[in-house]
Design a protein around this ligand. Structure first.
Ligand SMILES: [Mg+2]
Length: 272
């Protein structure tokens, strides 16, 4: 999407947004301006004015950033060729990069390590490669956080199915395994602030991504993948949304989630 079109969309959405009276005047001033380049400059200034809090945006990896298939990325020698970024992801991260006060990270559970499909070293290699490839395309993330641990229940289920599990990576309720928030805590620290002091938004394709956002007091954006549908995660997320009004959105796609996050950030509004 062309930048001017993107900002036009943002501005149109802002018209429907609730602001304080001072900010509302400011927004209406922006809307009066016809030149799209000036709009971009103003929106950036607006972002500086209103962003009294940072926004930490955590992106899930498989099924959110890259296409998820019925195999574990990193388990085959051709893993690099198997990475396909999903539509709107590169452009969406680029737009997040443009807004002052927004930091973007990747947060991923990688059960493939416990399943012995690949080593912890390979897990890091794949993650770093994804970060590098995104950066090459002008879509920067501050870093990645990956958890190789699985729960006892997960392990027991796999054992029942006759599948192999590395006991070294079986830990119940590991603080870094989504939906726990350990990786978010580390991500905020990497960005130079505490998790308590920032807005949190998580984009992911699983209910565990949305639960992590809620546990951190943030907002969750579900983007659907085949795994979402396989495990009926949308239905679970709808139930969560009923209990947490205003904190969960089922997004049409990645870019739609990004657009909403940016709107929220520049409005300076706290989650309701
Ligand atoms: Mg996923």
């Amino acid at each position: 999407m062309d930048n001017s079109v993107f900002y036009m969309t943002v501005l149109q959405n802002i018209e429907n947004y609730v602001f304080s009276s001072v900010l509302k005047d400011f927004v209406f001033d922006i809307i009066q301006i016809e030149n799209s380049v000036r709009k971009i400059i103003y929106i950036t200034e607006f972002s500086i004015l209103s962003s009294f809090m940072h926004t930490l945006v955590a992106l899930d990896r498989d099924g959110t950033i890259n296409k998820d298939e019925d195999w574990y990325l990193g388990s085959t020698s051709d893993w690099k060729e198997r990475i396909t970024f999903l539509p709107g992801v590169v452009e969406g991260i680029r737009q997040l990069n443009r807004i002052q006060g927004i930091d973007t990270v990747i947060i991923t559970n990688q059960a493939g390590v416990a399943r012995k499909f690949f080593s912890e070293e390979r897990m890091h290699e794949v993650n770093q490669h994804i970060v590098n490839e995104l950066e090459k395309q002008g879509a920067a993330v501050k870093g990645y956080f990956a958890c190789p641990y699985v729960s006892q229940r997960y392990a027991a289920e796999r054992h029942r199915q006759g599948k192999d599990i590395d006991d070294k990576y079986v830990r119940d309720n590991h603080p870094e395994q989504k939906p726990n928030i350990g990786m978010l805590v580390r991500a905020a620290k990497l960005c130079g602030y505490s998790l308590e002091s920032c807005h949190k938004s998580v984009i992911g394709d699983r209910v565990s991504d949305i639960e992590m956002a809620l546990r951190a007091g943030g907002r969750g954006y579900l983007v659907e993948s085949w795994k979402t549908n396989k495990d009926h995660d949308t239905e679970k997320v709808i139930l969560l949304a009923a209990k947490h009004p205003g904190q969960i959105m089922i997004s049409k796609n990645f870019f739609n989630a990004v657009e909403h996050i940016i709107l929220f950030h520049i409005s300076g509004k706290k989650p309701s």
